[in-house]
Design a protein around this ligand. Structure first.
Ligand SMILES: Nc1ncnc2c1ncn2[C@@H]1O[C@H](COP(=O)(O)OP(=O)(O)O)[C@@H](O)[C@H]1O
Ligand SMILES: [Mg+2]
Length: 319
């Protein structure tokens, strides 16, 4: 069983975990557009590939799958998720399974406003969101929402261009400054991260890891602690099933006075996944089983509570 990890970048631990799970079972192959992506050097073999948006990119990836007899492929970056989903049939024809969600779901999660419309239509608690500032101002006048609010790109990531606005003038200024911005109600509560695996064979949610975020830095969780709550596990399971995700996903949730609000979903391994793995949730093994045609047993909450994660920098040296 060979696995191909696309756009490995700096996600060294994810590649290391796959190597552990696949030891004696097959090889781990990684790609990146840069030779200076440290994670590719953790893999058994690696390929430097064109930029994701370059013409012919997907053919290069399909060729690697053919040459390396790749059984499963996944990407670690958002814009590539839809691309893989779009070409699922081409991969299948080579015997390669795309480990990820459908094209429609990947596209929806990329767009925070589309996601909001879906959450609202399906009755999930979430932050009120507006693309049209005049509609938002009318909602403020009607007493439906108050300040502060967050103004952020609907199709953004990594906390780029995210601003908190405390008054109408600031909202006006921000909204006039850039296209594609969304105004979002401020969620004043405890931030939670969930790493979830949905079995690719049975379609069941088989593993959930949840953590409270203690400190954020540059758009990433810097410190966090694992915890368990049956009510949250139940909510995640119902939400994931209704939405139809598959494979690995990462969900941002807020706990506001004991009620859980869904903030966003990234249908891939999130940056904080090492916390889940080290606490006992080996999702690489679950992927390996699925590639072998084995459905995983449901083991929700199979990890320790009170496990802390503290990020720090590491370097790779090469001559
Ligand atoms: N509506 C909000 N209420 C409270 N905090 C928010 C809100 N929107 C964003 N944030 C803060 O900014 C971070 C990044 O926002 P998010 O919507 O997750 O975008 P990204 O795609 O950049 O991760 C969140 O993890 C949270 O800390
Ligand atoms: Mg986020």
């Amino acid at each position: 069983m060979n696995i191909l990890i696309l756009s490995a970048g700096t996600r060294n631990k994810v590649v290391q975990y796959f190597k552990k799970a696949f030891a004696g079972e097959g090889d781990v192959i990684a790609t990146d557009m840069s030779e200076l992506a440290p994670a590719i050097y953790e893999a058994d073999r690696h390929y430097i590939v064109p930029a994701m948006r370059a013409p012919g990119y997907i053919d290069v990836i399909l060729d690697i799958c053919k040459k390396e007899r790749v059984d499963g492929v996944l990407s670690l970056i958002d814009p590539e998720l839809s691309l893989l989903a779009e070409h699922e049939a081409d991969f299948k024809a080579l015997g390669t399974t795309v480990i990820g969600s459908s094209y429609e779901l990947c596209e929806r999660t990329l767009d925070k406003f589309e996601m909001y419309l879906w959450l609202k239509a399906h009755g999930w608690r979430c932050a009120g969101s507006w693309m049209d500032k005049e509609k938002f101002f009318r909602a403020v006048d009607a007493g439906e929402v108050g300040y502060p609010v967050f103004v952020k790109p609907a199709r953004g990531s990594a906390s780029i261009s995210i601003n908190k606005a405390c008054d109408k003038e600031t909202v006006e200024l921000l909204m006039n400054h850039e296209e594609g911005l969304m105004i979002q109600e401020f969620l004043n509560g405890q931030e939670i991260g969930a790493d979830v695996y949905i079995d690719m064979i049975s379609g069941e949610v088989v593993s959930i890891f949840t953590k409270k975020k203690i400190k954020m830095r540059a758009g990433e969780t810097d410190k966090a602690v694992s915890f368990k709550d049956e009510k949250l596990f139940d909510l995640i399971e119902r939400f994931v099933k209704e939405a139809g995700f598959r494979g690995q996903i990462d969900i941002d949730i807020f706990d506001i006075g004991g009620e859980y609000y869904i903030s966003e979903v990234n249908p891939r391994f999130g940056g904080g996944y090492p916390h889940a793995y080290e606490a006992g949730c080996d999702h690489m093994k679950l992927i390996l089983n699925n590639l072998k045609g084995i459905a995983n047993e449901k083991r929700i909450g199979a990890y320790d509570e009170g496990v802390y994660m503290m990020k720090y920098n590491e370097v790779m040296i090469m001559r």
